[in-house]
Ligand binder design. Structure first.
Ligand code: B1M
Length: 215
């Protein structure tokens, strides 16, 4: 099987044996970021479709997720580092009740590799922890990730809590995750939020949003 097809298949099969050698070979002809975006994410997409249609069971999804994480961790040191991390601060979390963190961690990698300080709080974070971290780190932007449909409601509640705390105009908010849509975030949620809330389809759009907030 050709190298890049094999990398994608490794994610689908949850097969880490020989992964690093394949990644080294791949980096000879492609950047680490392109490998994540073009090959590894394509594999994860297939996993999601198989899981969603009942053709793959949860333990296998977990195995795929572990291989994805291992691959991203191996590639990360090879991604271009920006010279400073002083462009601004993003406090980033997966919201309460949600354990999905692969996408959030990609946002961390891409934003922090482009000159921002990222405070990555981890998964299942209550809004109190997010607000505390934003205040303590003098955040420029709060980023919330969530993949479950119920997380979209948690995000809505979190925005209301920011309103209630009088902090909505202090922190622009960026939301991402597969269950969200641009219109839900930028129309429905924006209408009820006293500050500005934006949707990022992927980690690169997350970076563009950070750049536009800090411009
Ligand atoms: Co879960 N899971 N999962 N899962 N899982 C989904 C999300 C699901 C859509 C699968 C399906 O049914 N097709 C489904 C949700 C359905 C729904 O809510 N209606 C689902 C379910 C049901 C569940 C459980 C409930 C299963 C169960 O226990 N019965 C359970 C939930 C537990 C919980 O959260 N409380 C569960 C558990 C798991 C695993 C632990 C096995 C594992 C997660 C491992 C981990 O993250 N450490 C897992 C996985 C891997 C998936 C799928 C297959 C893949 C997710 C992923 O990592 N994608 C997923 C199906 C899918 O999404 N197609 C699924 C790759 C990742 C790079 O993409 O996170 O979307 P993503 O990130 C993207 C963008 O969304 C964006 O940038 C990234 C790309 O650049 N982005 C942001 C994300 N966050 C952002 C934040 C930003 C900006 C951009 O700024 C702040």
């Amino acid at each position: 099987m050709p190298l890049f097809e094999r990398l994608k298949q490794r994610i689908i099969d949850g097969n880490a044996k020989g992964l690093e050698a394949d990644l080294d070979e791949a980096m000879a002809s492609k950047s680490a970021l392109d490998i994540v975006n073009e090959d590894l994410l394509a594999g994860m997409q297939v996993v999601g479709d198989l899981f969603g249609s009942g053709k793959m069971q949860l333990p296998f999804v977990l195995q795929s997720a572990e291989v994805m994480k291992a691959a991203v961790a191996y590639l990360e040191p090879h991604m271009d580092k920006s010279e400073t991390s002083g462009k601004g601060t993003l406090v980033l979390a997966t919201v309460k009740g949600d354990v999905h963190d692969i996408g959030k961690n990609l946002v961390d990698i891409i934003v922090s590799n482009n000159g921002y300080h990222v405070v990555n709080l981890g998964i299942k974070q209550p809004v109190t922890a997010i607000i505390e971290a934003a205040e303590a780190n003098k955040a420029d932007v709060i980023g919330m990730s969530g993949l479950l449909v119920k997380s979209t409601m948690v995000m809505k509640d979190n925005l209301l809590e920011l309103n209630h705390a009088g902090l909505a105009s202090r922190y622009p908010v960026m939301l991402g995750g597969a269950a969200l849509t641009r219109s839900f975030v930028e129309e429905d949620l924006n209408d009820l939020f006293d500050g500005e809330v934006r949707y990022a389809k992927d980690a690169f759009e997350g970076l563009r949003l950070m750049n536009s907030v800090m411009a």
